[in-house]
Design a protein around this ligand. Structure first.
Ligand code: NAG
Length: 336
């Protein structure tokens, strides 16, 4: 091995060991047990379960913990919820399993290691380095990662909290052959999500012919995994990612391939289920306000994360709504 390669390999190993220890040393509080109300359907047969998919990694673990707590706390049948976590590597799985079990001893969950190298080769650099994290692309592969017995899932990002019952979101109708449901934003300028290279090439832009494509955020989605598998949508998304490696057809990370494959063909979800953008804008990190209308889910998409801003004593006003779900013990009370 040439010395420069050996050196960088050692560096990478050191960095990942440090990151792993950092996670293993986090002290999350134990969440209370949440009980089903009397009207809940029996968990057997498992058809009445709500399946939730999320990714788990070191950088966003605190966010994931808060999201899980918020889901359980606002559910009227919390014992009927099954979580499916995708972890960044097999090595992380044991540590993450221990941390989740410690904070949520009663949680029904499974952890699936994601072979990030499969996605890594397909990722082209985007405007924000965080978007290039391979785990961001795990949502493309849920149909392959989860067992075929799971027919339908609610996918959630890690930088959000629910303030409403997830079973209402999970019950979103997916008519006919529709694979995916999400809130749509037809006033957003759809053109701006793709480059002039894309729009000026008819063999590419014709993909949107006979569709009325609208922007949607991939942080909150209801997905019919059976239809996804049947239509092999993973391959369709990967094909666009491969094209992106050869010619730049978009600037953002994991979102545009979803728009290319699904925009205009999704089932709508009320906007209350993804009040997104609370992280602020990608360039200056300004605070953002809620969109008008009711709120069932708060999503800190964008550059800033509430835990980081709270720790830095520079919170945005709405970060106060995230704080009650934070399970991380502040270091100064660890000794007690
Ligand atoms: C939409 O975005 C495109 C590309 O960024 C821009 O050229 C166009 O003027 C925008 N349209 C509107 C209505 O803002």
């Amino acid at each position: 091995m040439p010395p420069i390669v050996a050196f960088s390999t050692i560096l990478i190993i050191l960095v990942s060991i440090t990151a792993k220890n950092a996670v293993a040393n986090l002290h999350f509080r134990e969440a209370p047990k949440f009980y089903n109300s009397v009207n809940c359907p029996a968990v057997n047969p498992p058809i009445s379960a709500v399946h939730v998919a999320m990714t788990l990694d070191a950088a966003y673990l605190r966010g994931s913990m808060a999201a899980i707590l918020s889901v359980l706390q606002h559910s009227s049948c919390p014992e009927n919820i099954v979580f499916h976590f995708v972890a960044s590597s097999a090595a992380d799985t044991a540590v993450l399993r221990r941390l989740i079990s410690k904070s949520f001893p009663y949680l029904q969950f499974e952890i699936y290691p994601f072979d990030a190298s499969a996605a890594a080769g397909l990722i082209s650099t985007s405007i924000r380095a965080a978007l290039d994290c391979p785990l961001n692309y795990a949502r493309n592969y849920l149909a392959d990662l989860l067992p075929t017995s799971i027919r339908k899932i609610v996918y959630l990002d890690s930088d959000l909290v629910l303030v409403d019952d997830i079973s209402k979101l999970a019950a979103t109708p997916l008519p006919n052959d529709v694979v995916l449901a999400a809130p749509e934003y037809c006033n957003a300028n759809f053109t701006s999500y793709f480059t002039p290279t894309f729009w000026s090439n008819p063999s590419l832009s014709l993909t949107f012919a006979n569709r009325n494509p609208c922007y949607f955020n991939t942080g909150v989605m209801v997905i019919d995994l059976e239809r996804w598998r049947f239509g092999d949508f993973t391959t369709k998304i990967v094909e666009w990612m491969e094209l992106q490696k050869r010619m730049r057809i978009y600037e953002l990370g994991s979102l545009p391939p979803f728009l290319l494959v699904f925009a205009g063909n999704i089932a709508p979800v009320d906007h209350r289920w993804n009040q997104h953008g609370l992280g602020g804008d990608n360039f200056r990190g300004l605070c953002r306000d809620l969109h008008p209308g009711p709120v069932s889910l708060l999503h800190w998409s964008g550059k800033g994360k509430p835990w980081a801003r709270l720790d830095a004593n520079r919170p945005c006003p709405l970060d106060a709504l995230w704080a009650p779900y934070d399970l991380l013990k502040p270091p100064y009370i660890l000794e007690s």
